[in-house]
Design a protein around this ligand. Structure first.
Ligand code: NAD
Ligand code: UDP
Length: 329
């Protein structure tokens, strides 16, 4: 019998790539999304497949699935700092109420559940690189707290369901991942810089650009997540690419890659923007025999080609997505 997997956040960047992966591996996939930061075009190619089913639904509301379910991957959540600053309450709700609903569903169906956590649980880290046993340095009441604390709560309630109900759970701590299907206007640094380069605008570096990030190409991230789901390890695992770079050097790389000769301009650093981030992936290597394969040059080129292929209209839409229609009064 074909195994069934529910993927929340299916119309988003990571969720849609996970849908592709599970379809290709022969699963029956149920995608769920409310499109608050996602886009139907990310899953348009799947909609007519017999093994794919889509349910438009807000996971913070009770979730009803007919029949059996073997696996759940909970990826619904705004993920870009600009998104979660615009919709702070929904961000808190999807990480808390949404996760509670999905854990309840997993328990009712006796399904294994994997939840998408993040390097943001480490906040502005004082330990470098970040290992899974680091407790983090998060400002609970800062602007990023809505995301960071929702994800920390998500980890806690997941472990509680594991310990108290014996539920099969997996927790992936995802570090900055990029690739095709990111939203051009989502504000994250890669679409931001590539969009600016393609529109002939200056690249905006926040702060002095000496903060670091480590970028993982989406196919590597998806492989790591897939392996983690089928491992027998219930504690959090970092999945990311440890190749670290300053944002300033990264802007120079993008200028070279795009061949656009843009200038960089400096803007104020957002509050609580982490100064350094690099995953320690020793655990993933040992447990899952996983490590990233796609270098930044190759991954960035694929991503740039994707952004270049978007229509001129889409490229010049500088307006950020209007979230107000999703807010229930
Ligand atoms: P994304 O914004 O592209 O996708 C998120 C999807 O979730 C969107 O399609 C959105 O419409 C949907 N969604 C949000 N709230 C919902 C709700 N209440 N009900 C149903 N659907 C809802 O973001 P992404 O980059 O694909 O991130 C996916 C997951 O991975 C998130 O949980 C995020 O926290 C996590 N993550 C991503 C990264 C990264 O670098 N991309 C890093 C760390 C963690
Ligand atoms: N950043 C930047 N210019 C931009 C967008 C982002 O300099 O136009 C910086 C941001 O301040 C942060 C880094 O790039 O230090 C990564 O930001 P992103 O929003 O991609 O994700 P984060 O890792 O902060 O969640």
């Amino acid at each position: 019998m074909i195994e069934k997997v529910l993927i929340t956040g299916a119309a988003g960047f990571l969720g849609s790539h996970l849908c592709d992966k599970f379809i290709n591996e022969g699963f029956h996939v149920i995608g769920m999304d409310n499109f608050i930061t996602g886009d139907k075009k990310n899953i348009a190619h799947l909609l007519d497949l017999p093994n794919f089913q889509f349910i438009e639904h807000d996971v913070t509301e009770f979730i009803k699935i007919e029949g059996n379910l073997d696996y759940i991957l909970h990826f619904a959540s705004p993920a870009s700092p600009i998104d979660y600053l615009k919709i702070p309450i929904q961000t808190l709700k999807v990480g808390s109420l949404g996760t509670h609903n999905l854990l309840g569903l997993a328990k009712a169906k006796n399904a294994r559940i994997l939840i998408a956590s993040t390097s943001e649980v480490y906040g502005d880290p004082l330990v470098h690189p970040q290992t899974e046993d680091y407790y983090g340095n998060v400002n609970t009441i800062g602007p990023r707290g809505v995301y960071d604390e929702a994800k920390r709560f998500q980890e806690s309630i997941t472990m509680a369901y594991h310990r108290f109900h014996g539920l099969e759970t997996r927790i992936v701590r995802i570090f900055n991942t990029y690739g095709p299907r990111m939203r051009l206007n989502d504000g994250r640094v890669i679409p931001a810089f590539m969009g600016q380069a393609l529109r002939g605008e200056d690249l905006t570096i926040f702060g002095d650009g000496m903060q670091t990030r480590s970028f993982c190409y989406v196919s590597d991230e998806v492989d790591g997540i897939y392996k983690l789901l089928f491992s027998d390890y219930s504690y959090p695992v970092n999945i990311g690419n440890p190749h670290e770079i300053t944002i300033k050097d990264f802007a120079e790389e993008i200028i070279k890659l795009t061949g656009t000769n843009q200038k960089v301009i400096y803007k104020e650093l957002p509050q609580d923007d982490p100064m350094q981030r690099q995953p320690d992936i020793s655990l993933a290597k040992k447990l899952l025999n996983w490590e990233p394969k796609v270098g930044r040059e190759e991954g960035m080129l694929k991503t740039f080609n994707y952004f270049k292929s978007l229509s001129a209209e889409e490229l010049h839409k500088s307006e950020h997505k209007d979230f107000t229609k999703h807010i229930k009064k």
